[in-house]
Ligand binder design. Structure first.
Ligand code: HSE
Length: 298
């Protein structure tokens, strides 16, 4: 018995929704193959050339999530997981989340779907915790459920799929610098002013309304982050200029993808998203930062 699944790259935070909003890209993504073993325990096989796995399987996000899932079911089954990863680790488009989501999704299918999709998210979050120290859901929830997902609450976990316009494209620029999620969380301020809170919740509500109404100008006006971006953007040389280039070329808005270092921009057409990719790439290059881009429908 084996199954092969695709798990998409995801953009967490979406500017104003730190830890509460994320969306899935059509591509790239990771593919994993899962096979049931005849005995308990886990083995992992890495078919990705440039990815180094932790030698301890217990630190592998896919295994950690799967263990949490199987424990919940009271199952002692063992599995072999083969990774065909296409998402670069550390790029800020949910590479660890994609494998965490993929393993629980795949085994849930293999076992005849004992749990609903939404209920899988809590286990994938355990993998996220192993990778970054915090069990945030804004990558794994969209990886499992697709589209835009709002984490209305963590306790209890309350996940809401948000409708969005048919024509919505994402440009991702991945600069060749390393930013670890764990580090990018440590530098954040613990307190915020009431003024910033008011601005931020106005924007997140505006973004959700804009997505649901298909109101592009409203989406654009709301894609702003006055709390996290000003701090984390200091880790990305050229951030302001690259963002400016995206907006000048027609993007609705742009910000950091998850905890970075990738940046994302949203556009209402494929042509715009491609033009934005070129402009962002060119601007990063002016800062002598090697980078590559993806354009994907959402
Ligand atoms: N919400 C998380 C963070 C996403 O910003 O730390 C990490 O990809």
């Amino acid at each position: 018995e084996r199954i092969r699944v695709f798990s998409p790259a995801t953009v967490a935070n979406v500017a104003c929704g730190f830890d509460v909003l994320g969306f899935a890209l059509e591509s790239p993504g990771d593919e994993i193959e899962v096979r049931r073993r005849n005995e308990p325990g886990f083995t992992v096989i890495n078919k990705t050339a440039d990815t180094v796995f932790p030698s301890d399987v217990n630190k592998n996000t896919a295994v950690v999530s799967l263990k949490a899932y199987l424990e919940h079911l009271g199952s002692e089954d063992g599995f072999e997981i083969t990774f065909h990863s296409k998402i670069k680790p550390g790029s800020g488009i949910g590479s660890s989340s994609a494998s965490a989501a993929a393993s629980v999704f795949a085994v849930n299918e293999l076992l005849g779907r004992p749990l609903a999709q939404t209920d899988l998210v809590q286990f994938a979050m355990q993998g996220e915790k192993a990778a970054a120290g915090v069990a945030h859901a804004d990558n794994v929830a969209p990886a499992i459920m697709g589209g835009f997902v709002l984490v209305r609450s963590y306790d209890p976990l309350d996940l809401i799929q948000i409708p969005y316009p048919e024509e919505l494209y994402c440009t991702i620029i991945h600069p060749q610098i390393e930013v670890k999620t764990e580090d990018a969380r440590k530098i954040l301020r613990k307190g915020i002013t009431l003024k910033d809170a008011v601005t931020q919740w106005g924007n997140i509500a505006g973004l959700i309304a804009g997505l649901m109404k298909g109101d592009y100008p409203l989406i654009g006006r709301s894609l702003k982050d006055v709390i996290i971006e000003p701090i984390r953007s200091m880790l990305i040389p050229g951030f302001d200029e690259v963002k400016e280039a995206a907006l000048a070329n027609g993007a609705l808005g742009a910000s950091i993808s998850g905890s970075g270092p990738s940046m994302f921009a949203l556009s209402s057409s494929l042509e715009t998203a491609q033009r934005v990719a070129q402009a962002m790439t060119k601007t990063f290059s002016q800062f002598e930062i090697e980078n590559h881009s993806y354009v994907s429908k959402i």
